[in-house]
Write a protein that binds this ligand. Structure first.
Ligand SMILES: Nc1ncnc2c1ncn2[C@@H]1O[C@H](COP(=O)(O)OP(=O)(O)OP(=O)(O)O)[C@@H](O)[C@H]1O
Ligand SMILES: [Mg+2]
Length: 315
């Protein structure tokens, strides 16, 4: 069976083709990047995705496709609408079954596929989510999460406020060469908070603190908080694997800190390959194959669809 996956939840429009052994046959994407200093302009995002959808999909031989998968949520309504409209159109025109996929679960499944880990504590860090999860009794349970903004968004907003390019995470990583300045460290049991650290870092920048020191300290503080909560999740669950997924997983310092913690605990440390860390269609295509036989056949978009609301029966 061969699945076509359509990713359209936020900044990226992506298309992937994957077979039922997990072989990625095709993967192409394009990211909408707003002007420096500006946030997302919904109409510009929609126009970008429509244009990219047409350009990429004409490269696909639809006769070879058995199922059309698309990201139903969570995400930005404009982007979700385009993804679901394109998917419905292809399913109707080529008479193929249509499968709605949860975007967060897709980040997890591509990580498991590409690293071979089976039953990990999952650390999902992206622009829209910051969650610590583990599979139990049929779904990915959220053990801990950000009480306010996701860590990726905190890095992006700090970068934007300081005039750096979007997405800001990689820019902060490049500049993280300075020395440590005190920033708020907020962990409450298994939950975390990032608004205080963001506000304080922007304020310190306004007071003239060096970008290199702030970028270094932002990473050290945020990643130490996440490593503390991930270690607590390993202790509570007794799991022997840890899997890092989502766009922020690409960060080398984060990998180093999580890797050291896992090494000390004798836990297998797995990281989604950078190519598949951010949003793309291969995540969706593969997860479409896994959940094709789901009892839930509905395909309407769900803006705030949580990973722990998905019946992950295939695990
Ligand atoms: N090297 C890096 N270091 C830190 N953050 C990074 C790095 N590379 C990418 N990011 C961050 O990853 C995020 C993008 O990840 P992803 O594409 O998964 O997010 P999203 O799809 O917007 O959110 P979600 O998956 O929750 O819907 C951005 O916040 C970006 O700054
Ligand atoms: Mg994502």
């Amino acid at each position: 069976m061969i699945s076509l996956g359509i990713e359209s939840t936020a900044h990226t429009f992506g298309v992937g083709v994957v077979d039922d052994r997990g072989k990625i046959i095709f993967e192409e994407r394009d990211m909408y990047v707003p002007p420096i200093g500006a946030g997302f302009v919904p109409n510009d995002l929609a126009n970008h995705h429509e244009k990219i959808a047409a350009a990429i999909l004409k490269k696909i031989d639809m006769e070879k496709i058995d199922v059309i998968s698309f990201s139903r949520g969570p995400g930005i309504p404009n982007a979700l609408m385009i993804g679901s409209t394109v998917a419905r159109y292809l399913a109707a025109k080529y008479k193929k079954p249509l499968v709605g996929v949860n975007h967060a679960v897709a980040h997890i499944e591509i990580g498991k596929l590409k690293t071979g880990c089976e039953d990990p504590v999952v650390v999902y860090l992206s622009g829209g989510n910051t969650q610590i999860l583990a599979h139990a009794e049929g779904s990915y349970r959220v053990l801990g999460e950000s009480e306010d903004i996701p860590v990726g968004n905190a890095l992006d907003v700090f970068a934007r406020e300081c005039g750096l390019k979007t997405p800001g995470g990689p820019e902060v990583e490049k500049l993280a060469t300075g020395s440590y300045v005190q920033l708020p460290y907020v962990v409450k049991g298994m939950d975390l908070s990032f608004t205080g650290i963001l506000t304080d870092a922007v304020k310190k920048r306004g007071e003239g603190a060096a970008m290199e020191d702030l970028c270094y300290s932002l990473q050290e503080t945020c990643f130490a908080m996440l490593t503390e909560v991930a270690e607590r999740a390993l202790a509570h669950t007794g799991k022997k694997e840890l899997l890092l997924v989502g766009g922020v997983a690409a960060n080398n310092r984060l990998q180093e800190m999580m890797g050291m913690m896992c090494g000390d605990r004798g836990v297998k440390f797995c990281v989604v390959p950078e190519k598949y860390a951010g949003d793309n269609g291969a995540n969706i295509a593969w997860t479409g194959i896994l959940c094709k036989n789901s009892r839930d056949k509905s395909t309407g978009i769900i803006q705030n669809w949580r990973a722990d609301e998905v019946d992950a029966f295939w695990v």
